[in-house]
Design a protein around this ligand. Structure first.
Ligand code: SF4
Length: 696
């Protein structure tokens, strides 16, 4: 017969969804994804979740951007037309140059993406700093995890998980605070479930909502909204007052012990009960379990960080771990669970307004000098604007142009209407994405990028593990890998000695040259399923557990960080009488830009909904499926109701996914006092019933 031989390829990749960093082989024939076959990968063994296994249809979606798009005016109004790359690049260069000449380099802002590779995040900050001359560069960790990194860097020095996922699995006690682990980090949750069920691991969960891990927990704490810091401090004080803290560890390793003890004055269990609503007896049991455990691992996520006190609560977690000697050894430690596949890497690579790669400070003259010598340019001295400050600067008329890659800022940032209003004032906005997002509607130019399986590079997962992904498919249409697009822009703008990267491995070589914590990282050492957890010495020795020899602060010691609790920025009132929490669903990722375009997944959870307690449903005469209008001082959404005992009383819960009405139309402009992460979880709304038939 004359049948064409079918070429089946099997290629290793790293999951594009969450920060667990599952790696697996994808079997393909042409552009058909035949199956996903787990590794075994270092983070996931032979497991994946529904997203990793079935969430790949989006790469072949007809909605993929295939050509650059330019906004044009027509007699019917404005629209987008397809153009060639040459014209697109010329538009970028003309406008960046014009804005820079008229208003200075700090009138431009750059947003890297935690969906993109390490190499691409590195190039984004290099473009901002070395070519344009501004430190206005940030990434979406500002929306989620920066407060967690702050808590760790304040106390122990490094803003990353202090151990590996394996250490969570082997800890005697796991405490999960403000994280929906079974849905947001499914494979990591499975490892905890196994230990809890078969190896006698204890599990304590603190959350507003009785999520799946809370159902399984030995103790479920349900604090009043925004009060975790208080019970953490009270439990710490109780351990100290009963003389069961680790005095030897503290004497040897931790500074500011007297100041810390003093700062806990007044944080009694009784006071904690009054503030948090958690009974004294339960808090005492939590303390006793911590004392008795052979290794405590505390995992946390956005239920902690997305508050006005997000950095402080993260710090309280670290203080508790230091008090009980739970750093520096396997089977224990502090574990912020990173959301996106490469949110850790985007920050590691210096897409931050205050740091180069490896958290080297931009305002340190010696470090800046090193980068200036290597790049052959003079670099900006002062710290740049973060995501949130960029939005404010647009309103103030100071920031005129932005380049955003792989982020739908309007639906991701808090208070979507305010962000949209800001973007409508921009002089020139370039978006770079795989789909035409809500934010693209405000762009002057949209550049088509590649999905992760269409390019080479590395991702860094929640446990600081750097892993290689390989190009499996060719780009769709005229789309290009993000690193290639950034390089084309840099080349056309000139300066910085010309960029000549022919492969992402050369970018990583440069990172290794300039970044002590990446000194020994190379593509040779990351081949296949090999991986490295930074810091990586020049000899290639990596660091599964941090602080085994010393802490990462100047004198090699950790430090307690005294805190004073400040209440939330926003509480329920007579007008806005319900508390609205938000988070992820198992099947979907963030707004669902990718998962809604994956058939098997969008069929399971086709749309967003709000969870309402049976008590509240009774009071308001609600039934599941009924549509309601939710209203906050910042906006309105319409959404159907699901009645569930996962939430209680006047607390609501809504997914982050957005088909039409994102939850972020309701969230406020309040931010974490230290890092400016929006306080997404401090949100009060009122609810009105709508016509039973639907959203109108
Ligand atoms: Fe992907 Fe996370 Fe699921 Fe693993 S747990 S398959 S990394 S979404």
């Amino acid at each position: 017969s004359h049948l064409r031989p079918q070429v089946v390829k099997r290629t290793k990749t790293v999951c594009t969804y969450c920060g667990v960093g599952c790696s697996y082989d994808i079997w393909t024939r042409d552009r058909h994804i035949l199956k996903v076959e787990p590794g075994p990968g270092p983070a996931n063994g032979i497991s994946t979740c529904v997203k990793g296994k079935f969430g790949w249809d989006f790469v072949n979606s007809p909605d993929r951007l295939r050509k650059p798009l330019k906004r044009v005016k027509t007699s019917q109004g404005e629209t987008f037309v397809e153009i060639e790359w040459d014209e697109a690049l010329q538009i970028v260069v003309d406008n960046f140059t014009r804005v820079k000449d008229q208003h200075g380099p700090d009138a431009l802002g750059f947003i890297a993406s935690s969906k993109c590779t390490n190499e691409e995040s590195y190039l984004m900050q290099k473009l901002a700093r070395a070519v344009i001359g501004t430190n206005n560069v940030d990434n979406c960790s500002r929306y989620c995890q920066t407060p967690a990194s702050k808590g760790l860097s304040r106390t122990v020095g490094i803003g990353g998980d202090s151990g590996s996922i394996a250490d969570i699995e082997t800890a005697g006690l796991v405490i999960i605070v403000g994280a929906n682990t079974a849905e947001s980090h499914p494979v990591l949750a499975t490892r905890i479930k196994r230990s809890h069920k078969w190896r006698g691991q204890k599990l304590i969960v603190a959350d507003l909502r009785k999520n799946e891990m809370a159902e399984r927990a030995d103790i479920f704490l349900k604090p009043n909204p925004s009060t975790d810091e208080v019970w953490l401090q009270a439990v710490t004080k109780y351990i100290i007052d009963t003389g069961r803290h680790d005095q030897a560890f503290i004497d040897r390793w931790v500074n500011k012990w007297p100041e810390f003890q003093q700062s806990l004055e007044g944080y009694t269990l009784e006071h904690a009960e009054a503030v948090t609503g958690i009974p004294v007896a339960v808090l005492r049991q939590v303390a006793e379990d911590i004392i008795a455990a052979d290794g405590v691992a505390i995992c946390w996520a956005m239920g902690v960080t997305q508050h006005c006190g997000g950095s402080d609560t993260s710090t309280a977690i670290c203080n508790l771990l230091l008090t009980t000697g739970n750093f520096g050894k396997p089977g224990r430690g502090g574990f912020p669970l990173r959301g996106h596949n490469n949110v850790q890497g985007a920050s590691d690579m210096g897409s931050m307004p205050d740091t180069f790669s490896g958290y080297q400070k931009v305002d340190d003259a010696a470090i800046r000098g090193k980068f200036e010598a290597y790049w052959g340019v003079t670099l900006p001295v002062s710290v740049g604007l973060d995501n949130r400050q960029m939005i404010e600067a647009i309103h103030e008329g100071k920031l005129k142009s932005m380049y955003i890659k792989g982020e739908d800022t309007i639906t991701s940032d808090a208070s979507a209407n305010d962000v949209a209003d800001a973007f409508s004032k921009l002089d020139f906005l370039v978006m770079q994405d795989i789909f035409f997002s809500e934010t693209c509607r405000y762009a002057d130019l949209v550049l088509p990028a590649c999905a992760s399986i269409e390019k080479d590079g590395t991702f860094t997962n929640t446990e600081r593990r750097i892993q290689r992904l390989y190009k499996i498919l060719d780009p769709v249409g005229d789309s290009k890998a993000d690193w290639e697009i950034i390089q084309l822009i840099a080349q056309k703008l000139g300066g910085a000695g010309g960029w000549k990267y022919t492969h992402p491995s050369e970018i990583m070589d440069e990172v290794a040259d300039l970044t002590p914590t990446f000194a020994g990282v190379s593509y040779e050492r990351l081949e296949g399923y090999n991986s490295l957890q930074w810091p990586v010495g020049e000899d290639g020795k990596d660091s599964p557990v941090l602080y085994t020899e010393k802490f990462a602060l100047p004198d090699g010691k950790a430090t307690f960080w005294p805190l004073q609790y400040v209440g939330p920025s926003e509480e329920v009132s007579e007008t806005f009488d319900l508390h609205l929490n938000n988070g992820r669903f198992l099947e979907h990722f963030q707004q669902g830009n990718m998962t809604f375009r994956s058939k098997g997944i969008s069929e399971i959870t086709p749309q967003n909904f709000v969870e309402v307690s049976p008590e509240l449903a009774d009071e308001r005469g609600l039934s599941s499926g009924r549509w309601v209008k939710l209203e906050s001082p910042y906006g309105i959404v319409r959404v159907p109701v699901v009645i569930t005992t996962r939430v209680t009383g006047k607390q609501l819960y809504m997914g982050m996914i957005s088909v039409d009405d994102p939850v972020n139309k309701l969230t406020s402009l309040h931010v974490d006092r230290t890092t400016h992460t929006p306080a997404y979880k401090e949100c009060s709304v009122r609810m009105t019933l709508l016509d039973e038939l639907g959203p109108n």
